[in-house]
Design a binder for this molecule. Structure first.
Ligand SMILES: Cc1ncc(COP(=O)(O)O)c(C=O)c1O
Length: 435
């Protein structure tokens, strides 16, 4: 093992040996090399005559660039667009995101957290989690209503096994008993579990109540106390889009951070869905160790290992989009503009509920609980989702997603409020054709 990796592992073990146990073999081996990047960083500080270190080209004291790029991007300085961004992301962006996270999640105020490390959006954050913490055969707990891409990231890439539990109780709440049952099985079979919580959920559009989050926390604590290590990951892709009064308005990360030495909390979030910049690819990964105060060296070591996997895969994340997000987060109109889009999406969610609650479609479907995010799901009564999806597309020109045998996912995020009734009328017509 590289001595730098061994040093990081010692830092982790000194703070919390359970966290070291959670790392995959790859996670154990990772380190951030003192190679070109750290020599360049040193030179940036001290090389006042000539800096002949880093692999970009310079001219007239700035990065070399072509006018055809700069004439379109002239609102931004070339230094904030063209050079490589640091492997952990632009420091200003990391600081701004941390401030935003603390402001929006008051529960985090008393917690010990790593600095957020910039990722190439959430999918990349998920793959970092898989690389750091998943070994072939490890169990990842997910509700049966889950984002399908987890399979590629965890199962295909890393050989982990997704263990699904039932998502909702018949009364329409988070099925805590199903979650507990699966977690206890995994704990006894493996002594380690990766729990992935995705709220607002894709595909259902559900976010839990504070009591449900407390029950999830209690269950994780229960298995940690039996000696099981838990990596508790929150996929907060749709954070902030909470439309009703009942759901928790914070990430469950705050409730999982620092709860028990055997529970490492990992938060994945980003600008993708929250700030409506899907193609920018700006996300973050943040760690909170179960030991809380005093775990700073461990958190630094996890940041370094994360930088190592970034350096070894994509080298660093795009610079222009980090600059664009910094600009937005500092823009005086950012809160008002974001609120306006939130209200628009909330109006659509409420309109969907109103239309569905008219009773006109009750012969064809019921619907799963939804109160947040971009989506909702119909629970079809008479026809399978894939058949309906194809028929809708071929006969009516309507695109939907079949997300389960009888589940049809509707992204109300891309349907104008005034078109929602017409959309469900067409889906109903198509379902009637096939019934
Ligand atoms: C639950 C969930 N997580 C993560 C992602 C991926 O986000 P990103 O585009 O930031 O990689 C998505 C995108 O659809 C998602 O629905």
């Amino acid at each position: 093992m590289n001595p730098l990796a061994a040093e990081l592992n010692e830092d982790i073990a000194r703070c919390n040996p359970h966290t070291l146990e959670m790392l995959s073999e790859l996670g154990h081996s990772l380190y951030f090399p003192k190679g070109i990047l750290s020599q360049s960083a040193e030179a940036k500080e001290k090389a006042h005559r000539f800096n002949a270190t880093i692999g970009i080209a310079t001219e007239a004291g700035g990065p070399m660039h072509l006018t055809c790029f700069q004439e379109k991007l002239s609102a931004f300085a070339p230094k904030d667009l063209y050079p490589y961004a640091p492997p952990a992301g632009k420091p200003e962006l990391r600081k701004l995101w941390q401030e935003k996270m603390l402001a929006e999640n008051p529960t985090l105020a008393k917690k010990t957290l790593s600095n957020p490390v910039v990722t190439n959006a959430l999918t990349h954050g998920l793959s970092i989690v898989a690389d750091l913490f998943m070994e072939a055969g490890d169990h990842v707990l997910l509700p049966d209503m889950m984002w399908g891409n987890y399979t590629l990231t965890f199962v295909v890439r890393r050989g982990a096994v997704i263990k699904k539990y039932n998502t909702f109780t018949p009364a329409g709440g988070f099925d805590i008993d199903a979650f507990r049952k699966q977690l206890l099985i995994t704990a006894s079979e493996k002594g380690k579990a990766v729990v992935l919580l995705n709220f607002p959920n894709n595909p259902s559009g559900y976010s839990p109540t504070p009591a449900e989050v407390e029950a999830i926390r209690g269950t994780i604590l229960e298995v940690a106390e039996t000696g099981c290590n838990v990596v508790a990951v929150t996929d907060d892709a749709y954070f902030g889009l909470f439309y009703d009064d009942a759901s928790l308005k914070e990430s469950s990360f705050g409730h999982l951070a620092g709860m028990h030495p055997r529970v490492l909390a990992v938060k994945l979030d980003g600008a993708t869905k929250e700030e409506f910049v899907w193609g920018f690819r700006v996300g973050f990964i943040t760690f909170a160790d179960g030991t809380g105060a005093g775990s700073e060296p461990l958190l630094k070591a996890l940041e370094k290992k994360t930088m190592g996997i970034i350096r070894g895969t994509i080298s660093n994340c795009p610079h222009p989009s980090q600059t664009f997000v910094i600009n937005a987060l500092q823009h005086p109109d950012f809160p008002a503009q974001k609120q306006q889009k939130f209200e628009l999406l909330k109006r659509r969610a409420n309109r969907v509920k109103e239309v569905l609650d008219s009773g006109r479609y009750d012969d064809a479907w019921s619907y799963y609980p939804f109160n947040s995010g971009y989506f909702m799901c119909l629970k079809l009564k008479r026809v399978e989702a894939e058949r309906l999806r194809v028929h809708l597309l071929d006969q009516y020109g309507v695109g939907t997603i079949s997300s389960g045998t009888n589940d049809l996912r509707i992204a109300f995020s891309c349907i104008e409020a005034e078109d929602i009734e017409a959309l469900f009328d067409l889906i109903h017509q198509a379902a009637t054709d096939l019934a």
